[in-house]
Design a protein around this ligand. Sequence first.
Ligand SMILES: [Zn+2]
Ligand SMILES: [Zn+2]
Length: 266
Amino acid sequence: MNIGDFEIQAITDGSGTEQAAEIISRFSDAEAWRGHPEEFGHDGRWTFPVGGFLIRGGGRLILVDAGVGPLDEGGYTGGGLPQSLRANGVEPAQVTDVLFTHLHFDHVGWASVEGRAAFPRATYRAHRADWERFVDGPDADERVRRVLLPVAERFELFEGDLDVVPGVVARWTPGHTPGSVVVVVASRGERAVLLGDTVHSVVQLAEDDWTVVWDDDPVAASLMRNTLADEAAERGDLVVAAHFPAQAFGRVVSSGGRRRFVRSTR
Ligand SMILES: [Zn+2]
Ligand SMILES: [Zn+2]
């Protein structure tokens, strides 16, 4: 996907599978997934990609999120990220920045491999609130600590928004996690927004009261999701998220007071 002077490519690591009824629902209706067989099938098995995105431009190669890593457990299978990068002509040593939308285990998997940085020349960037929540905090996640602590000195933690390079901004959008950001790429009048996990399923762009159990603060996450979706509809931004089908870009189209996601044909 070309956005002015930038190019954005989906980088796939693997996939995750969950039972929709256990994860995603209306606040008051756990069975609502049945209304969306295109996303959740008829049995409620929800399979989605895990991976990240590569942004080229401004003299940088920015990897946004680092997949789940080389593992096969709990319904999550990863391992394809380095190969996916190479298929796009990029060696791990060429990546200049690894920018994390948040520090959930399925976004940090390739931060390090066997205690060494998987991207040996990159600066790693994450919001400080997520570091405090998932690495340093009392409820830290061992899966996350295992891959991030060996590369702790590579991290530049930020607060609020971060200008990564002119045209690429990590915008603080707490709710899913305290340090969640979306990545806005803007160049020559075009805009794309990498939504991280502020939106898990394209269905959440149409159903404004759906939530997922992974949201740290479900009410704040829901407000943020609807703000971002309305903004994307109004501005005509291209949007994509790590777990959208095929990690494909689309636009949020609003008609008759109802939004929906329309996959881009570009
Ligand atoms: Zn995720
Ligand atoms: Zn997440």
